[in-house]
Each structure stands twice: as structure tokens, then as C-alpha cells.
Ligand binder design. Structure first.
Ligand SMILES: [Zn+2]
Length: 127
């Protein structure tokens, strides 16, 4: 993927957030604290949700490495994509699968060998 394609696909926070939401939750948003689906989207705070069970607010980047970062999501995406492209060139293609989402280690462990794929991680999603 070249820089123009990256810019078109992940050039702003909304596009990156939408991608991460699809990757993390699919079609059903779940609370990052209690895993409840009884959540509502906050109208005044873009990308934030309120859990009606544990009364917390959260977003798709809650409990991930993105949460404490000052870097905007598009900057992260550019770095991850560049890293993934570099890995494709330096490693056998079936040996290492770079995953763009690095967060809860039990579900999104970053890099996994192809033989150790996590059943919860869809490999159909393409950057
Ligand atoms: Zn909750």
C-alpha cells in the first residue's frame, strides 16, 4: 500500500476509528470494562460510548496502546503499515502476520505466527 492509498483509507481520525471499531467489535459495541452490549453512543463526544451497566464511558481505543498516546491515529496507522510492509519484504510471507491492532494482549497479540492464529482475530480484515 503506498502513501496515497494509506491517506485515502486512513487519512483522518474518523476513518481510523471506524476501522478499529470494526476490528475490535464488529457490528456490536461492547463495554471495555464489563463487556456489556447495553451501551449508548454519546452525542457530544465523538467516538465515545456510555455503558448502562457499569456506568463508565469508553471508546475503541480504551485499554489499548493508543489510549495514552499523544500521536493521532493516522500517524499510528502510517507507522504500522510501514512496519508491516517492511516485514513483508524481510520475512517469508507465511511466517509472520503483522496485525494492525495492538491492544488487549489476550485477543490482539500483535504479531502471531500463522500456525498460532487467535480464533478471535479475523484475518480477512485488510489494512
Ligand atoms: Zn460496562
Amino acid at each position: 500500500m503506498n502513501l496515497i492509498q494509506i491517506q485515502k483509507k486512513y487519512g483522518n481520525n474518523e476513518k481510523c476509528r471506524a476501522y478499529l471499531e470494526k476490528l475490535r467489535w464488529g457490528k456490536t459495541v461492547k463495554c471495555t470494562k464489563c463487556n456489556s452490549t447495553n451501551v449508548v453512543k454519546l452525542k457530544k463526544q465523538v467516538g465515545r460510548y456510555h455503558c448502562n451497566v457499569c456506568k463508565t464511558t469508553f471508546s475503541v481505543i480504551s485499554d489499548t496502546i493508543f489510549e495514552e498516546s499523544r500521536l493521532p491515529l493516522p500517524t499510528w496507522f502510517n507507522g504500522v503499515i510501514a512496519y508491516a510492509d517492511d516485514m513483508k519484504q524481510s520475512e517469508p510471507k507465511d511466517e509472520i502476520i503483522p496485525l494492525p491492532y495492538i491492544g488487549r494482549t489476550e485477543r490482539y497479540g500483535g504479531m502471531k505466527r500463522s500456525g498460532e492464529r487467535d480464533a478471535n482475530v479475523s484475518t480477512d480484515t485488510e489494512l
